[in-house]
Design a protein around this ligand. Structure first.
Ligand code: SF4
Length: 220
């Protein structure tokens, strides 16, 4: 099964938060993922930012306060890209997003690529966090498409706070080394899939944000 299971940052995070919820959504599919109001709003904001950056479409009135950031991003050095789907094989070679050999999938919200450097940004509409691992994965994936890139930086843009947090500038070797942090985590997820071991792990989602009604912690 593991050969066919393509992971993403969000799937890995779900597994680490609760293996049982991960299995119910992705393996047995007994409680498929359902979109919350917050994730619908997140998609809306991403679409508005994409249209603003790539099509110069005006932001809606309730997002107009992000205009200075949009201006800053559209003036970044290099070719500007938005909402890019990424998919790599196990050998870290680019492949089609739904191809049979895809191993990991991701999406870059914004990127500026010049001759030998890149800057990638992930928009976040949720609660601010100090963790940078998601944007590091995006950098590690993105650089696989551009063999000429020598340096790169990544950032989150936290829409609620209108603030950036960033990784600083890294060279190519550092960015490639970011994979090392993921491989043991992914291996633990694949081990669980192989053995069918998905223990419940009580967490902040149990009370209101998990559809797994058969779980003992559901609603608690
Ligand atoms: S209710 Fe909680 S412990 Fe049970 S599957 Fe859902 S997230 Fe996991």
């Amino acid at each position: 099964m593991t050969k066919k299971f393509a992971w993403s940052f969000s799937k890995l995070k779900t597994f680490e938060t609760c293996p049982k919820k991960f299995a119910a959504e992705n393996i047995t599919k007994t409680s498929p993922f359902t979109e919350s109001e917050a994730s619908r709003y997140g998609k809306f904001v991403h679409k508005c930012f994409e249209d603003r950056i790539l099509k110069k479409k005006k932001l809606p009135i309730d997002l107009l306060h992000h205009e200075p950031v949009m201006k800053k991003l559209e003036n970044a050095k290099g070719d500007i890209l938005g909402e890019q789907r990424l998919a790599l094989t196990k050998d870290l070679k680019p492949t089609g997003y739904f191809d049979s050999d895809v191993w990991v999938r991701g999406q870059v919200d914004f990127a500026a690529v010049s001759d030998t450097s890149m800057f990638v940004v992930d928009y976040k509409t949720g609660k601010m966090s100090e963790e940078m691992d998601q944007v590091e994965l995006m950098m590690a994936m993105f650089i696989c498409y551009y063999p000429e890139i020598e340096t790169g930086a990544g950032a989150f843009y936290w829409t609620k706070n209108k603030k950036f947090t960033n990784t600083g500038i890294h060279n190519r070797e550092d960015i490639q080394a970011m994979w090392a942090g993921y491989l043991p985590r992914v291996a633990r997820m694949y081990d669980a899939i192989d053995t069918g071991t998905f223990s419940p792990k009580q967490n902040y989602l149990c009370k209101n944000y998990c559809n797994c009604e058969e779980c003992a912690y559901h609603g608690i």
